[in-house]
Design a binder for this molecule. Structure first.
Ligand SMILES: Cc1cc2nc3c(=O)[nH]c(=O)nc-3n(C[C@H](O)[C@H](O)[C@H](O)COP(=O)(O)O)c2cc1C
Length: 419
């Protein structure tokens, strides 16, 4: 058995060497700027997320993008047709600049900060809003962009005229060799391969790149296929394994099998620097295996893993597209609007309705009411101390990062006891 630790390995981008630990993007403002800064300070890679970036800028930079948008479209709140509700591209660029700029200005140390960009945030104008988000992040000095949730077949092309297109690190998240091959084929014309490939398995948090048959798949198998394929094609692109890497030894296992790094997230949901309010972090600690489910209530159409008791499940709030509207497709549709209207029609006299099959993801993510989580969330209680009052001790990102970096033998180091 190997007694190696993650720190025996390095992720290489050209001449730059990093600790091969990447903290994954967690929207909405769960992987905060503060969390990403810690990962970068410690020599790894941290992610911010650009999901609902105007709302995040409002919260962190005291802007009023959301209020202004709501004011502009107030007349439409009771209307089920949301096609008129558009994002102002100038405002979107500003919010992106605020969010990314704040991270890059505060960055210290040898690591990097990337932004996670979800294609499925279609914002009632998929191409134009995505272009602004991607180019805005490059212009604000982001070290790299990780393209997630959606196939992103055209996303590289949206950036091809940006001066940083070839110097920023650009990566993709895939859950199968087939998706990777499709991406490479569709982008051949650009003569610009991804700088890294995150291979995300079915135990991850957030949206899954699988169907409801996710349990049939195994990260090790998919990673092995992709590593073998890249070798056969003589493509030297770092592969980064993600989803269920819970200990340093789990990470070493992938590093020894040809991965250049791992992407981890769930362990950091209970860090002080994470955006989830402490009261809800306690719910993550407390969760047992049967408190967690993968369901289809996200309007994106992708399965999502969450803690069953979260307020987002079964809620029946009026859609908030005038304020948010991040999931409206190119025609102003969102699956939650349809589900909500159906329930209103079925229960015309009800004061309060419940929508079981879909959720208003924008509103609930914004309020930390959708408790998305990784499969191994039920093991978080083993990573800390239990306080006298039954709550669990919140960790620091540094403690978690260093535990991944230096632990051996499947051990998890407990933090120093809070005084
Ligand atoms: C709370 C939470 C939110 C997440 N949100 C996103 C997201 O917005 N976009 C994304 O690409 N991945 C998201 N993920 C996936 C992570 O970035 C990461 O790839 C994955 O969770 C790694 O597996 P692990 O959580 O078992 O370590 C999220 C994960 C968690 C736990």
């Amino acid at each position: 058995m190997s007694m190696k630790c993650v720190n025996d390995f390095r992720l290489r981008f050209g001449k730059q060497e990093l600790v091969p630990i990447m903290v994954g993007g967690m929207g909405v403002d769960i992987s905060t700027v503060d969390l990403a800064l810690e990962a970068a300070r410690l020599g790894g890679i941290g992610h911010i997320s650009d999901a609902m970036v105007q709302t995040v800028s409002d919260r962190r930079d005291n802007t009023h993008f959301t209020k202004e948008k709501l004011k502009l479209y107030k007349y439409n709140v009771a209307n089920s047709d949301k096609s008129k509700v558009m994002f102002d591209l100038g405002r979107l660029a500003e919010a992106t600049h605020n969010h990314v700029g704040r991270a890059m200005q505060a960055k210290r140390g040898d690591g990097m900060i990337f932004v996670n960009c979800m294609e499925k945030l279609t914002m009632n104008s998929p191409r134009e809003t995505l272009r602004v988000r991607l180019c805005g992040a490059l212009d604000a000095g982001i070290d790299g962009i990780t393209l997630s949730a959606g196939l992103h077949l055209g996303s590289f092309a949206l950036m091809e005229n940006n001066p940083r297109f070839r110097d920023a690190k650009l990566g993709i998240i895939v859950s199968s060799l087939r998706a990777l091959q499709l991406f490479i084929r569709k982008n051949a014309r650009l003569n610009r391969l991804p700088d890294y490939i995150v291979v995300e398995g079915p135990l991850a948090g957030g949206h899954l790149g699988f169907g409801m048959d996710w349990a049939q798949y195994d990260l090790h198998t998919i990673v092995a296929e992709i590593v073998a394929h890249l070798k056969a094609e003589q493509l030297d692109i770092p592969v980064i394994a993600a989803g269920g890497v819970f200990t340093g030894s789990d990470a070493v296992d992938f590093l020894e099998k040809g991965c250049a790094a791992v992407q981890v997230a769930t362990r950091f949901t209970v860090a002080k620097e994470c955006g989830i309010p402490e009261k809800i972090q306690q719910e993550y600690f407390k969760a047992n295996e049967d408190d967690i489910e993968v369901n289809m209530i996200s309007p994106t159409g992708y399965p999502m893993r969450m803690i069953k008791s979260c307020p987002a499940i079964g809620a029946g709030i009026r859609p908030n597209c005038e304020a948010f509207g991040y999931l409206l497709d190119g025609n102003g549709h969102c699956a939650y609007i349809d589900a909500y209207n159906r329930e209103v029609a079925l229960h015309p006299d009800a004061k309060k309705i419940s929508v079981k099959d879909k959720t208003c993801l924008c509103t609930h993510m914004r309020n930390y009411d959708c408790w998305t989580c990784g499969h191994y969330t039920y093991r978080l209680k083993d990573t800390t101390h239990r306080n006298a009052d039954g709550t669990y001790q919140i960790l620091t990102a540094e403690h978690i990062f260093k535990d991944y970096q230096f632990s051996t033998d499947n051990k998890i180091a407990l933090p120093p006891l809070n005084p």
